[in-house]
Design a protein around this ligand. Structure first.
Ligand code: SF4
Length: 121
């Protein structure tokens, strides 16, 4: 684990620059304007997560693929395995925005959901 980091908070549009450093009994955090930034910085240093966006093959549609994303950020170290599951997934039209394409992917508690519609032929 990195012991110190400078990052841009992405929780709100202000985009504070936050310095975080691990110390013996906690963290030294500077630059955040609110508590949400503190939580974000600690998570980025200790267990970074990301939203994954990609596409899934769709059958019986005018569109060859439909765009999808994770319903929540997932641990960075799981992204490769998640992408592999998604690349081996196919759906059949019709698909609607918000449809769950893969439920609880790799036991993360996070779903893969459609972000576009795909009409059937
Ligand atoms: S620290 Fe607070 S105010 Fe600053 S960008 Fe993050 S959420 Fe917004």
């Amino acid at each position: 684990m990195n012991e110190a980091k400078t990052l841009t908070c992405i929780v709100c549009p202000i985009g504070c620059t936050i310095d975080i450093k691990k110390e013996n009994n906690g963290f030294m955090i500077n630059g955040n304007k609110c508590k949400r930034g503190e939580k974000y910085a600690i998570e980025e240093l200790t267990a970074p997560k990301r939203i994954v966006t990609t596409t899934v093959k769709v059958n019986n549609s005018v569109h060859p693929v439909v765009s999808v994303k994770t319903s929540e950020p997932v641990p960075k170290e799981k992204i490769f395995d998640i992408m592999e599951v998604i690349s081996n997934t196919e759906v059949t039209a019709p698909v609607k925005i918000g449809d769950i394409i893969v439920k609880d992917i790799l036991d993360t508690g996070v779903d893969i959901v459609a972000t576009r519609n795909a009409k059937e032929i």
